[in-house]
Design a protein around this ligand. Structure first.
Ligand code: NAD
Length: 462
């Protein structure tokens, strides 16, 4: 006999599978076959949205938040089923985070100067229709996060999502439009395509009705957007090092680093991708990782097998990205229990598993002779992405020196990398970190243009 819970679980799974089948291929509720049509529909929706009050905009956003929470598990399962990457539990947490901590209209603020010569305001106005390109690593999270921010700013958005995550991405787009309609807003506040390609992306980048493009992904897409002749927000690749010095709480550093590195199987661009630790504490750190944090120490031979498996002459083996440590070890013939969540080894910074942004729970540990050497190695490993870096230290001077040298959009001190997204740390959430173009963690205000509104010689009533 099946109990009630088992029946519910089966129903949920069937519903998720049904949605998965339909979501990518059906048009309607924001999904189009033609990029020009999608842009035209989003333009029409923006004309409606810009006449709505801020209060009405906020109601649409509240509705998107509510639906995201309701669909968190479905979206998480779809993401894992469709891409084969990440894990459902962590993806549920990511969707909750995006629903609860992505800024809405409260981020749209006004600056005022009032004095003898009158009153001047700087207000944040919409761009219109924004073009957005999204990754397969956080597909629905990025779409929901971008949509909340862009709509809060008075814009609508057309997505050209990663084809490998199109069903999950389009499910999120439909959900956003349903949320808008239910809250009294227009349909097509977010639009997408049944079959996005590089050609549809090129149409979007050249379209006269797209004044701003937000690209979240690897170096190729950011370069393409920045070459488009349009204003571009470029949220590119990272290779975040976690530096550990001798003043750190080494046991806690081991826990924080492994927690951050293994979150969603290392898919987040901010996640710890390698460690640089000073000589005196490397062994202690690795010992805690192995004995308390579920890390597997890979031998030289196993490292070589991993190199041959996870890397190809053209770059990453996409079948390995976002896979668990157990699966990756299984691929090289090593069976481990479920408790193993990360693969570690000590190596030089040039080791291909250390210098490459893998997006897998493989954590190479580089030994540095002292703190200055550690900073130098970490800066080298970050490859000038200026994206994210982390440090475990109780020495404020060391932290300051590292922060200045590495110059990243995100620097987490004494915590797991995801604290930067507001998960176990203060601050708002985003899944688009504009590392290349300098906006940093994007929010609604990033997607607006500044307007100065001047009243000369009056309206100052002081
Ligand atoms: P990807 O670069 O393969 O794809 C990202 C998006 O860009 C996809 O929609 C893809 O179709 C599109 N694209 C790729 N090349 C293009 C081109 N030349 N012209 C137009 N569109 C193009 O990345 P991915 O594997 O989906 O995501 C992982 C990468 O994204 C990692 O490098 C990660 O660090 C980065 N990322 C960065 C952020 C951030 O906020 N900075 C967030 C998530 C992911």
């Amino acid at each position: 006999m099946l109990n009630e819970q088992a029946v519910q679980d089966i129903v949920k799974e069937v519903v998720a599978k049904l949605n998965l089948t339909d979501a990518g291929t059906e048009t309607g509720m924001g999904i189009f076959t033609d990029m020009n049509e999608a842009i035209a529909a989003a333009k029409k929706a923006q004309a409606v949205l810009k006449r709505m009050s801020m209060d009405q905009r906020e109601k649409i956003i509240s509705s998107i938040r509510k639906k995201t929470l309701e669909n968190a598990e479905t979206l998480a399962r779809m993401g894992v089923d469709e891409t084969g990457m990440g894990n459902v539990g962590h993806k549920i947490l990511k969707h909750r985070l995006v629903a609860e901590k992505t800024p809405g209209t409260e981020d749209i603020t006004t600056t005022a100067w009032s004095g003898d010569r009158g009153l001047t305001l700087v207000e944040m106005g919409p761009f219109g229709v924004i073009g957005a390109i999204t990754p397969c690593t956080n597909p629905s999270e990025t779409i929901i996060c971008n949509s909340i921010g862009m709509i809060a700013g008075g814009n609508t958005v057309v997505f050209n999502p990663h084809p490998a995550a199109i069903k999950t991405s389009n499910y999120a787009v439909r959900m956003i439009n349903q949320a808008s309609v239910e809250a009294g807003g227009p349909e097509n506040v977010a639009c997408s395509l049944v079959k996005p390609t590089l050609e549809t992306s090129a149409i979007m980048m050249k379209h006269k009705d797209i004044p701003l493009i937000a690209a979240t992904g690897g170096p190729g897409v950011v370069t393409a957007v920045l070459s488009s002749g349009k204003r571009g927000i470029g949220a590119g690749a990272g290779n975040p090092p976690a530096l550990v010095d001798e003043t750190a709480d080494i046991r806690k550093a081991a826990e924080d680093i492994v927690n951050g590195c293994t979150f969603d199987n290392n898919l987040p661009c901010i996640a710890e991708k390698e460690v640089v630790a000073v000589d005196s504490i490397v062994d202690e750190l690795m010992n805690y990782m192995i004995t308390e944090q579920g890390c597997y120490l890979a031998s030289k031979e196993e490292q070589d097998k991993l190199v041959a498996t996870v890397l190809t002459p053209k770059g990453l083996n996409r079948k390995c990205v976002g896979r668990s440590a157990k699966v990756l070890l299984g691929m090289i013939g090593v069976e481990v229990p479920d408790s193993i969540r990360c693969i570690i080894f000590e190596g030089e910074k040039e080791h291909p598993l250390i210098s490459t942004e893998l997006m897998m729970p493989i954590l190479g540990i580089v030994r540095a002779k002292d703190f200055d050497d550690a900073v130098e190695k970490a800066v080298w490993l970050e490859h000038g992405n200026r994206h994210s870096a982390h440090i475990h230290s109780k020495n404020v001077d060391n932290i300051t020196k590292y922060a200045k040298a590495i110059d990243t959009a995100i620097l987490v001190k004494n915590g797991p990398s995801y604290a930067a997204l507001g998960f176990g740390g203060e601050g708002f959430c985003t899944f688009t970190i504009a590392s290349r173009t300098g906006e940093g963690l994007t929010s609604a205000s990033t997607f607006t243009k500044r307007r100065r509104c001047v009243m000369s010689d009056s309206l100052c009533i002081r």
